[in-house]
Design a protein around this ligand. Sequence first.
Ligand code: ADP
Ligand code: ZN
Ligand code: ZN
Length: 805
Amino acid sequence: MKVASIIVDVLAKGTDRPFDYIIPQSLEDIVVKGMRVIVPFGPRKIQGFVINIKESSDVARLKEIDEMVDLQPVLTEELLSLGKWLTEETLCYAMSAFQAMLPAAMKAKYDKEISLPSEEVKQQLHESVRPLFSKGSIRFSDVKNHPAAPYLLKDISKNFLDVTYIVKNRVNKKMMRGVMLSSSMKQEDIEKYRDGLGKKGEKQKVVLQYMLAQKEKMSVKHLKDELGITDAPIKSLISKGFLEKIEIELYRNPFAEREFQKTSALPLTEEQSKVIKPIHTSIEEDKHNVFLLYGVTGSGKTEVYLQSIQRVLEKGEEAIVLVPEISLTPQMVTRFKGRFGSKVAVLHSGLSAGEKYDEWRKIQRGEVSVVVGARSAIFAPFKNLGIIIIDEEHESSYKQEENPRYHARDVAIYRGKYHNCPVVLGSATPTLESFARGSKGNYRLLTLSKRMNNAQMPGVEKVDMREELRNGNRSMFSTVLFEKMKDRLAKGEQIVLMLNKRGHSSFIMCRDCGFVPTCPHCEISLTYHRHQNLMKCHYCGHQEQLAIKCPECESDHIRYFGTGTQKVEEELTKVIPEASVVRMDVDTTSRKGSHEKLLAKFESGQAQILLGTQMIAKGLDFENVTLVGVLSADTMLHLPDFRASEKTFQLLTQVSGRAGRHSLPGEVVIQTYTPEHYSIDLASHHDYDAFYKKEMIMRKMLKYPPFYYLALVTVAHENMAVAMGETDKIASFLQNKLSSNAIILGAVPSPIAKIKDRYRYQCMIKYRNEPDLFSSLHFLLEQYKGKMQKQNLTINVDLNPYVMM
Ligand code: ADP
Ligand code: ZN
Ligand code: ZN
């Protein structure tokens, strides 16, 4: 007898362990670790992952595996062990860890099968329901829109009918008609037939000629397009047995219409050669190392990535490249596709579930050897990884903010160790954590200090907006910025304007008493939507009419404050009517492919000003951009987050890096209400090293990373006293378990004290070395599992949190 240990698809504390099932004899040699199967679980049929196969089980009465989902394992040995590691490191369920590694399209969907327990029962059913069962049992999904559906539900609730859960069919691969050369016929015979074909068989001859030359499966469509023929000659070759009919899996190719111009390796600069050497050595010697590639914007980091990958491919190994939300930087895709062509798969959030699945299949089948993608691409099922690169390693999007709360950097290092290959973290503004490791030698620090062609870093001018106001300038553009824009437009050069904010959103404030309307459910400022003239909450969607009078002081000087990109665009067209503007924010880029279109419009010079939110700060490289304006540098400084200064510094440095990357020198204007703040001041001098030193002193003083580790426990409940009380209990429990060196803060209300009518309390743990922390947190979650379900209490544990709210 063979037994499979299976992690089942039920996300709950009690089921977060392997269950044993008998492998039926017919499947004995087929079921292997890493495959998904369907198993009976209570009254239901659910999906599960086989994580182990053994000869016997300690459990007395085992059920059998029902059927298989996969014919090949979807998780490799490595990914199975990575999953285990994730459950320990992030305190998540094994099932969430596995699901995070696979494309969403592969997540099981369930349907209900409804059947009559006996013929007699039929009489008790509603009359409109009876005919549904004329052919036996039914699937709920098939009848859910049927007029009788409501009666059916009633009959189910009266327990007249049997309901079983079944796993619905998964992703459908797109298949198309194809042909191949007959496998039973000798090639000579086929050739003989071909040579004997005369004028009448011309078309058949062409087809055979092509198939013999290509020696591959071909889709019928491809043959017709390529050879300019109809179905007829193909059909007749099939009927004569020279060709065999087959089905070919068709990949949805999101980049199909685009041509990528082939590029080849550039001769490296001296600095580039110096930093690439240790990476190449690491690749050649199969040694795991973490490199921190600290290179100013425009210093040629990407070329270093490309030529490192080149070496990996020559060795017959594979590469993962993570970039922040790749749909935002089509330029990056172009650079990888241009160098490595069809060897590259792209995984990002802009793809449909089916497209993502297709890209993943190419990796699984070994059809590509480079994957460029956002965070989850770190789980690409490669078997011979030769390098992992994380570009813009400081980006907070590399941390997943839902379970499993992993950081892609940690997963990269885990996989790098497993495969004995280098991990390269690149950034112009590394996180303090990484730079500290680089300085101490835990990571190998590689520096690119010069821009390409020795281009100068752009000159940066800070403008004090309070001063502007005092001088009577009420516009959102300072005099300096306005004049520089006029100047660039006259010269035919281009401008990037960044507004550190979303859409047309802004908050409402009473100018007389300072009152700001907030959401009654979430306690965050409501956002003004001019379009609908409404105030909305961005967390829960609550909306209300615009206040005409201040509810506090009855003043009618209550109006919106701050600006959105749409507002800036309107103002721009007013003050500089001759300029054409491309606006990029969540609203203009929500449709698929819109990013690329907007950027292409700017790149081609059809627009002179690119106006946008944070999303334009990253990775864009336009030759003609000579002026970058930051309209509001401070917005992020005031977030309740200990990384606020770091994030501000990073953003300003990134966006400044967009200017003067090529032959034309660039300039940056930063408008701010707090010009004296060190992160704004040092960003304006491109002085990362000074910022790092200053910020490290602050972090040390305040006991934050990288000097201390953090863990954040957030508790939510509809009753404030319960939320607070439970958080208090957790805090004192941890106080008892941990050493006196650990600092436990809280219970305190979370910065967002309420979301969707649930109160949120948190407790933060700052620690350096607490071997008992993980087991204590595990124990805690175990203790709470009953309460969490019964009382609708939620407890979230975030180790190394990036979002402090
Ligand atoms: P970073 O990623 O560090 O911001 P990039 O890789 O975008 O910098 O490089 C900036 C520009 O310099 C790009 O246009 C790139 O094509 C060019 N470049 C990079 N390396 C070389 C090289 N060795 N020779 C010539 N041009 C280069
Ligand atoms: Zn007021
Ligand atoms: Zn709300």
